[in-house]
Design a protein around this ligand. Sequence first.
Ligand SMILES: Cc1cc2nc3c(=O)[nH]c(=O)nc-3n(C[C@H](O)[C@H](O)[C@H](O)COP(=O)(O)O)c2cc1C
Length: 182
Amino acid sequence: MTIIKQKVLFISGSPRKGNTEYTIRKLYDSFSGSRDIICLREYRIDYCNGCMACKKTSVCTIKDDMDAINQRVLNSDILIIGSPNYFDNVPGMLKTFIDRTNPLYHTKSLKGKKVVFIVFGGGRVKHSERVASGPLAHFAETHGMDVIGSFCFKALEVGETANNPQFQSDVDEILGLVSSAK
Ligand SMILES: Cc1cc2nc3c(=O)[nH]c(=O)nc-3n(C[C@H](O)[C@H](O)[C@H](O)COP(=O)(O)O)c2cc1C
């Protein structure tokens, strides 16, 4: 049995309780190591206003839930980020989260963390792969994070993932990857 000493943070970037959140919660529940979970829809995360104060001070001037979320990101070694495909991009809520990690970019605080992407789209899987290889990969690259895996699945309606007989083996594959991350 592999013993993982690293803390894993599971993040759902979907504004609804659908396929992404179901999967992120399932992974979190099945993972036996040190872990945390954030479903972004449950928090108040305002838009970055571009003031750039964080470039000088490393502190965001906006007072909402994002400072505490950034602390939880900092306290983790591996991020598992789930996103729906919205127009071959991430939903606005997840993009706002990404933008609000800018204070951590200026301090290079996420450098070396590992990240796994999981994307759900109602259309072709190869289109959802654009979300993983485009905006999500760029987020990781900009922060100096190491992408250790990305998984893209086809699901349109809420509940499709839960009713997919293949689902458990997908969960096992993702957990296996996380478990093998050193
Ligand atoms: C605004 C919006 C845009 C979408 N754009 C796409 C798209 O470009 N390609 C795609 O495959 N699915 C698209 N979808 C479908 C979602 O990706 C799909 O319903 C997915 O299951 C949502 O994930 P969730 O259940 O975790 O919220 C879109 C859905 C919405 C609401």
